[in-house]
Write a new protein. Structure first.
Length: 287
């Protein structure tokens, strides 16, 4: 266990000191990462609910989830993108508590962002984190993304403090629950195409299995042509027949995108021969 943690630490350092960040940002990020990582073991005693880093204030329901999102987004740079525009237009599908919003504003302070988060419990943290950091040009919407405007069931783990694993797809939740208690509630859903009326520089999707529905809706509405670059987390689950990988990739390719499949957590394999029922990885589609 200790050896694995040390390996993860060295791997994270490699990401921090890669070329995407300026030298001053790399050093500040290293100090921030070191402090947050040192605090992590003490969370079992203090149950942290607030944090500050890189000049931002963050509230969250669970420190472990916060730290892992920080690693994925700020350290592993899963959603890093480059643009010549000072105020890129960004859509974030599945904003969770807003760490991705902080990251996009860290890269491009004048970015115009629309963010969707379906979980009522998590949405209040997203809203608070956007407001307490005084971000401008950020529109936050509590809704799932679907084929049409309607109310749909939303499933989440009853005892889980964070929003990870929540989904609008019942079969996915049942297969992942492993006898954990699950609760459901009706939430509003809407098509993403209604919010695309100009070129979008970057589209981020992390929706726990509904990414196929979202991309297909953009394709049928012809709004996918407005997307310049997209990074999504693809979730395979044999119970989810609306999220077929070959269909999703074909939509991107038929619309002129180049594709790259990658893993943001290089030291932990997400696919196991012992568990073929569900796994996930990242897809970058770019022009």
């Amino acid at each position: 266990m200790l050896l694995n943690q040390f390996y993860k630490f060295l791997s994270d350092l490699r990401f921090i000191f890669s070329t995407q960040y300026q030298d001053s940002k790399r050093f500040n990020l290293f100090l921030c990462y070191s402090r947050l990582r040192l605090k992590k073991p003490f969370n079992r005693f203090f149950k942290y609910k607030k944090e500050h880093f890189l000049g931002y204030k963050v509230d969250f329901p669970d420190y472990h989830d916060f730290f892992e999102m920080f690693r994925e987004i700020f350290i592993r740079k899963a959603y890093y993108f480059e643009t010549d525009t000072k105020n890129p237009s960004i859509i974030d599908c599945g904003g969770n508590i807003g760490i991705s919003i902080l990251f996009f504003k860290y890269l491009y302070p004048e970015a115009e962002i629309t963010v969707f988060e379906p979980s009522p419990k998590i949405f209040k943290f997203l809203k608070q984190n956007i407001e307490q950091n005084n971000f401008q040009n950020v529109k936050f919407i509590q809704a799932a993304l679907h084929k049409k405007n309607e109310s749909i069931p939303f499933y989440s783990f009853t005892k889980r403090l964070g929003g990870g694993g929540s989904t609008t797809i019942k079969g996915v939740m049942i297969s992942k629950s492993k006898k954990q208690p699950v609760e459901s509630e009706l939430i509003p859903a809407l098509p993403l195409s209604e919010y695309i009326n100009k070129p979008i520089d970057f589209l981020k999707i992390d929706t726990e299995g509904s990414e196929g529905v979202i991309i297909n809706e953009l394709n049928t509405s012809n709004k996918i042509s407005s997307i310049k670059e997209c990074v999504l987390e693809y979730h395979y689950n044999k119970e989810n027949q609306e999220n077929i990988l070959s269909k999703l990739l074909n939509i991107f390719q038929s619309n002129g995108f180049h594709l790259a499949i990658f893993e943001d957590e290089v030291d932990i394999p997400r696919f196991s021969l012992k568990n073929k029922k569900f796994y996930h990885f990242m897809i970058r589609a770019y022009r």
